[in-house]
Write a protein that binds this ligand. Structure first.
Ligand SMILES: Nc1ncnc2c1ncn2[C@@H]1O[C@H](COP(=O)(O)OP(=O)(O)OP(=O)(O)O)[C@@H](O)[C@H]1O
Length: 254
């Protein structure tokens, strides 16, 4: 039997007195596309950041591809990976943020080549060829030599997706990748994400784009106040939610 690619068990995260995650448990299966929805402040971003260890959990456990990322041991001592181990684990995930954060002084191609060449130390001619193919895949073959300032927000976000894919991650994390875009540019980014989903990539997507969730997600997870309230097929959670809190959220946003 296959095992989950990501196993999240009873994860808690506090910021001071504030409980951002309250014993969250979740499995993400290989090839699964999971959309996380919920009001602002419900903990969606924090959960993604815990999965790629930008944020350290306070208790519970997260396993990525069977490897433990962090867990509260019996005696109450938190097992932590070394910085080196964290860096190695983080290479298994690609993350795309709301803001594209491209290197402004590098071309689209150079932005994509940077990670595989500098961090992974792979041969330049090989990573350049892969980067050109990735630019083609995100519809930007003609923009290889353009600088971020010469690209629209949607194009920059597509470069950011290609840049994350260049590291050959086994899991892609998207944190509201279209929310900083002008409305007319949202569709082109969602189309790239949809193609990626159909290619079999495992994805966790924090999004307010319920149409995307309905069409692409294998599972929709609704979070509220640091907890998972409801999780299931998109048609169930979005179409016929069981929980009153989910219904209230959906009726407010649709
Ligand atoms: N570094 C931090 N320090 C203090 N509080 C934080 C920190 N990061 C997040 N929080 C708080 O934790 C709560 C959950 O934040 P989180 O960003 O995970 O929510 P979210 O569901 O992703 O919301 P949004 O849709 O607005 O991004 C929020 O109330 C936020 O203010």
């Amino acid at each position: 039997m296959t095992r989950p690619l990501v196993a999240i068990r009873s994860v808690c995260k506090n910021f001071g007195e504030f409980q951002a995650l309250k014993s969250v448990s979740l499995d993400v299966w290989p090839g699964e596309v999971m959309c996380l929805i919920g009001a602002s402040g419900s903990g969606k971003t924090t959960l993604l950041r815990c999965v790629n260890q930008l944020t350290a959990i306070d208790s519970g456990g997260i396993w990525l591809d069977g490897d433990l990322l962090g867990v509260r041991e019996q005696g109450g001592r938190l097992h932590r990976l070394s910085e080196r181990q964290i860096a190695r684990q983080r290479l298994k995930t690609g993350m795309v943020f709301q803001r594209f954060n491209l290197f402004p002084h590098k071309t689209a191609l150079e932005n994509i080549v940077e990670g595989p060449a500098q961090v992974q130390g792979r041969p330049l001619d090989q990573v350049r060829a892969e980067a050109i193919e990735l630019l083609r895949r995100v519809g930007l073959a003609a923009k290889a030599e353009s600088y971020p300032a010469q690209l629209s927000g949607g194009q920059q976000q597509r470069v950011a997706i290609a840049r994350a894919l260049a590291m050959k991650p086994m899991l892609m994390l998207f944190d509201e990748p279209t929310s900083a875009l002008d409305p007319e540019l949202v569709g082109e980014v969602l189309a790239v994400m949809k193609e990626l989903a159909q290619s079999g990539m495992t994805m966790m997507v924090v999004t307010h784009e319920l149409g995307f969730a309905r069409e692409v997600a294998d599972r929709v997870v609704y979070m509220d106040q640091g907890s998972i309230v409801e999780s299931g097929q998109a048609s169930d959670v979005l179409g016929a939610p069981r929980e009153a809190r989910t219904r209230a959220f959906l009726s407010a946003v649709i």
